[in-house]
Design a protein around this ligand. Structure first.
Ligand code: URA
Length: 209
C-alpha cells in the first residue's frame, strides 16, 4: 500500500468522529469538512516543489523557499468535494480550481459524467482531486481517468473516509497516483454506503435530503 497514506493524527481522528455523529448539524459539519481538508492537505502537499527566492527582511536580504513553478490545481468531484475546496485554498490560495461532475446511477452505482472543466494547461500542475467519501471507487477512478485524458500527470486523490472496496479499485485502476485517506472504514452496505461512514456527505454539507 505504498501509494496510500492513511492519516494518523489525533486532530483528524477527533474531527472525523464529530463528522460521523448524526447529531452534528449542517453548519458544524461543513466547518469540520473544511478543517479536515486543510489538515490532510498539509500532509498531501508535503512534496510540493519549492525554490529559493530573494527576500528582504527588516534585518537583511536572504534566500528563502517558496512554492515553485506552475503550482497546483484542486479538483473537487461534485458535489460533496466542493466542501473540501476552501480548506485547500486556505493552504494554497493561488491554486486553480477545476470541477468534475459525476452522479451515481442509483441502480448500478456506476458513475456518469455530466460536467468537466479543468484549468488549462493542466500538465505541469500538481492536481489534488478531492471527494470526502471513497465508496465503490467508481467516481474517483473515473475522475482521475478524465484528468489523465486532459493531460494531467501529477495526480493525488484525497478523501476523508474510504471503504476498502473503493481504495482497492482506485489503487488497481491508477497505481501511479498518491492516495490520502482520513480513515479507512469497514465495508460498503447493499446501497453502496460506507459503514460506519457518516451518511450522505453531500446532503450533510449542503443541508439537503
Ligand atoms: N457517498 C456518501 O456521501 N456516503 C457514502 O457512504 C458513500 C458515498
Amino acid at each position: 500500500m505504498s501509494n496510500v497514506t492513511i492519516m494518523n493524527h489525533p486532530l483528524i481522528k477527533h474531527k472525523i468522529s464529530m463528522l460521523r455523529n448524526e447529531n452534528t448539524g449542517t453548519n458544524e459539519f461543513r466547518t469540520l469538512v473544511e478543517e479536515i481538508a486543510m489538515l490532510m492537505g498539509y500532509e498531501a502537499l508535503r512534496d510540493l516543489p519549492t525554490e529559493d527566492v530573494e527576500i528582504k527582511t527588516p534585518i537583511e536580504t536572504c534566500k528563502s523557499p517558496m512554492i515553485a513553478g506552475k503550482k497546483m490545481a484542486v479538483v473537487p468531484i461534485l458535489r460533496a468535494g466542493l466542501g473540501m475546496v476552501s480548506g485547500i485554498l486556505a493552504l494554497v490560495p493561488s491554486a486553480k480550481v477545476g470541477h468534475i461532475g459525476l452522479y451515481r446511477d442509483p441502480e448500478t452505482h456506476e458513475p456518469h459524467e455530466y460536467y468537466c472543466k479543468l484549468p488549462d494547461p493542466i500538465e505541469q500542475r500538481t492536481i489534488l482531486v478531492v471527494d470526502p467519501m471513497l465508496a465503490t471507487g467508481g467516481s474517483g477512478s473515473e475522475a482521475v481517468s478524465f484528468i489523465k485524458q486532459h493531460g494531467g500527470k501529477n495526480i493525488k486523490f484525497m478523501c476523508i473516509i474510504a471503504a476498502p472496496e473503493g481504495l482497492e479499485r482506485l489503487q488497481k485502476d491508477h497505481p501511479d497516483i498518491q492516495i490520502y485517506v482520513g480513515q479507512l472504514d469497514r465495508c460498503l452496505n447493499e446501497n453502496a454506503y460506507i459503514c460506519p461512514g457518516l451518511g450522505d456527505a453531500g446532503d450533510r454539507i449542503f443541508g439537503t435530503k
